[in-house]
Design a binder for this molecule. Structure first.
Ligand code: FAD
Length: 398
């Protein structure tokens, strides 16, 4: 049998949250679409994320309440519709870890926090919590700070990835670049596989930090990418109560962000981010763990975590390049220079994936790229299907 050509509406490279969300939304819209992943679905940023679906209060605290921050403020409600099976993507089956996310302050900075959070723009996004509603970790007579409840929610990311993947299992394929190649022919991208060439109306690069090499591989240099590295801290312990919260200190960004997870044996793990980790790229892990211990002892001195094990995780946040390494405001979808049918996309936040897929749809419609092809995907069956990535709390502890 000769070499086959597969004409398809959309080919996506990269199966993190951006690629998986896009695949689900476009297929639900009637596009024929396939996704290719080179490792496990959700590898790197997605499986390393804290699963918080932000309503943008973090941005408002930093004084940057732009149009994009208003986009993000709509996101928790968008995700809740999807979780209820009533959105553009069906997330029924995805586990919600918490419907609550808290901001708390140490007593010394509480007046600044209450002024910031009283902002008219934040109405409906944040409410002051009564002591009876405090998360267990803050219910101590020694705690004299303030606690606010955000409209944010926290998802179990492995189950999010699994839910999105299981809805489209027949359209997700493993790719081994030793036997595959992106081609650029007459200014259009195609994908050459061992015995089949995939010719998409649109190629969408959703490979996170892998996008830079894919863009370059197609002979293009734009959109350009930036990496903002950080180092998170994980602590496995014996304190049974979950805790989801940002601690606000003297700066506008959270001093410490805590999310709670369970490893495969049900043991509690706290995942620590915020300023602790954004300033820690390249820091010696032992030194960072010492700082993390001191932070917890200073902020939650009454808490006994029992016996603890510590690990750190270095990751790059991959985003479209901004001036002065600023963080981007919203999801980004941009055409590749010189390649008529290819775009690169970075969500900037897990939270903003619905915005990313909507933006891509708008761009497709503007170019009159509508559902058209009905390919037989059996030509791809030999590639096999990639697994879902294992959470870091199950791989980092010895
Ligand atoms: C520590 C941390 C915590 C975070 N917490 C939050 C949070 O709580 N809430 C929030 O909204 N956002 C959070 N974020 C941001 C969020 O995780 C990212 O914006 C989002 O996961 C990016 O998704 P992605 O699909 O673009 O990239 P990734 O998740 O990095 O996925 C890229 C995928 O592409 C694959 N790939 C790479 N190269 C290739 C290739 N050549 N061929 C095929 N496949 C390829 C990779 O294997 C991977 O599966 C956090 C980020 C970090 C680093």
């Amino acid at each position: 049998m000769g070499r086959q050509t597969l004409h398809i509406d959309i080919a996506i490279i990269g199966g993190g949250i951006a690629g998986l969300w896009t695949l689900n939304q476009l297929r639900n819209r009637g596009y024929s679409a396939v996704l290719f992943e080179q490792e496990a679905l959700g590898s790197y940023q997605t499986i390393g994320s804290q699963g918080m679906i932000h309503g943008g209060v973090k941005y408002a605290l930093a004084g940057a309440w732009s149009g994009a921050a208003q986009t993000i403020s709509a996101m928790p409600a968008t995700w809740r519709r999807c979780l209820a099976g009533d959105g553009k993507v069906d997330l029924r089956g995805c586990r919600v870890l918490s419907e609550d996310f808290f901001i708390w302050s140490a007593a010394t900075v509480q007046s600044r926090l209450s002024t910031l959070l009283a902002s008219r723009l934040l109405r409906g996004q944040v409410t002051k919590a009564a002591p009876a509603e405090y998360p267990a970790a803050l219910r101590s007579p020694d705690f004299h700070g303030q606690v606010y409840r955000l409209a944010d929610l926290v998802l179990d990311v492995p189950s999010l990835v699994d839910t999105l993947a299981s809805r489209q299992r027949d359209a997700i394929f493993a790719i081994d670049w030793a036997h595959a190649e992106l081609l650029r022919e007459d200014g259009r991208a195609a994908l050459a596989l061992a015995d089949c060439t995939v010719r998409p109306e649109q190629l969408v690069l959703c490979a996170g930090a892998g996008n830079a090499a894919l863009v370059a591989g197609l002979g293009s240099n734009r959109p350009a990418m930036q990496r903002r590295p950080l180092q998170q801290v994980l602590v496995r312990h014996e304190y049974p109560e979950p805790f989801y919260g940002h601690c606000i200190g003297a700066r506008a960004s959270p001093r410490l962000t805590i999310s709670s997870h369970r490893d495969h044996r049900g043991r509690p793990v706290w995942y620590l981010g915020g300023d602790l980790s954004t300033g820690a790229a390249g820091e010696a892990p032992g030194q960072l763990v010492d700082r993390a211990r001191r932070e917890l002892a200073e902020l939650l001195p009454w808490l006994d975590l029992g016996s603890t094990e510590w690990a750190t995780l270095e990751l790059d946040r991959a985003e479209p390049r901004q001036s002065a390494q600023r963080k981007p405001d919203g999801a980004f979808v941009g055409k590749l220079d010189g390649v008529g049918n290819a775009r690169a996309a970075w969500p900037a936040k897990l939270t903003l994936c619905p915005d990313l897929a909507d933006e891509l749809e708008r761009q497709l419609l503007a170019e009159h790229i509508l559902p058209r092809h009905r390919p037989d995907l059996s030509a791809l069956a030999a590639l096999g299907h990639p697994p879902v990535a294992t959470p870091y709390w199950d791989t980092l502890f010895r």
